[in-house]
Design a protein around this ligand. Structure first.
Ligand code: NAP
Length: 274
């Protein structure tokens, strides 16, 4: 793992094609447009009105999207649909070697799919911006951007792409996809799981909230704002997540056991005092 404050000083304008124009694709697009990069998009859903509003060219068919000569193709689909979306791409429509970048919240899965499916001449950069529409709504300064240069030959294009995040003040962190998944299972997946559990419990603010309870309510609310597809992708496509779920269950059992043991000790004490 390495932190880089200036992985690049290059700042070329890039033609960026976004695949998957859902919440996160739209969120990224706003900053890319602000920086002056021409943006094109394609998605399962028809986002024509939004794209007109944002000044983005929307392609309804993948052939013309790939023919539109992008420097970078930015994959922002759900974790669960990536494989299906990429396998359906007519790569013969690409006009030249292209940099493919994914932003999925798991990293080994897209790395494996992209290396397996993309044409050999395409470069691959696997990334995970560790922020989203909520945490990044006031800018990206000091927010972490994780990346792994999986297969890069066109250094200039890769550097220009990384510069987008660097110039917004992101903390740039180069890390292997495996290391990312190991850490994310213990942090992001755990956070989402606890948030979902709190949502199942239907916790809500009370008139006597403590500060910490308010944080739990906030966690519940921000977790359920992300799609269930995203949450299940964190579990299904991160090989470290299953163990973390087991750890959570074991930990709950241990805490329960400690409480029951203590209760029994107290009961024994009160019986022997009488
Ligand atoms: P998401 O629910 O994970 O993904 C929604 C996107 O996936 C939409 O563009 C949707 O297309 C597309 N999609 C879903 N099923 C599809 C299918 N069967 N075929 C084709 N496209 C399909 O929500 P998201 O928040 O926008 O996240 C997008 C990606 O960014 C995910 O991989 C996520 O892990 C990653 N990410 C998200 C955040 C965040 O804060 N939200 C942060 C970092 C990374 P349509 O909209 O056209 O239906």
């Amino acid at each position: 793992m390495s932190v880089s404050s200036s992985s690049t000083n290059s700042s070329r304008t890039l033609k960026i094609g976004i695949v998957g124009f859902g919440p996160f694709g739209q969120f990224l697009a706003k900053t890319l447009i602000k920086q002056g990069h021409p943006i094109r998009a394609t998605s399962r859903t028809d986002y024509s009105q939004l794209c007109v509003h944002l000044g983005i060219t929307l392609f309804r068919d993948m052939d013309s999207f790939l023919e539109s000569d992008n420097d970078v193709i930015l994959l922002c689909t759900s974790i669960l649909s990536l494989s299906e979306v990429v396998r359906a791409m007519p790569f013969h429509c690409l006009k030249r070697p292209t940099l493919f970048v994914d932003v999925l919240s798991v990293k080994e899965h897209p790395r494996d799919v992209l290396l397996q499916v993309l044409p050999e001449e395409s470069d691959v950069l696997c990334t995970h911006p560790m922020f989203g529409p909520e945490s990044g709504k006031d800018g990206w300064k000091d927010l972490t951007f994780v990346y792994d240069r999986v297969r890069i030959r066109d250094e200039a294009t890769c550097s220009s792409f990384l510069h987008i995040f660097e110039s917004e003040g992101c903390k740039m962190l180069q890390m292997s996809c495996e290391e990312h998944d190991k850490l994310a299972a213990r942090s992001q997946f755990l956070t989402h799981t606890v948030g979902r559990i709190l949502s199942e419990m239907e916790i809500n603010s009370t008139s006597i909230d403590t500060k910490n309870f308010q944080k739990l309510v906030q966690l519940k609310e921000s977790t359920v704002r992300d799609s269930f597809d995203l949450f299940s992708g964190l579990f299904i496509h991160n090989k470290f997540a299953k163990q973390e779920l087991k750890n959570l269950e074991l930990a709950l059992d241990k805490v329960k056991q400690k409480l029951l043991e203590r209760m029994n000790e107290e009961l024994d004490l009160s019986v022997s005092n009488h």
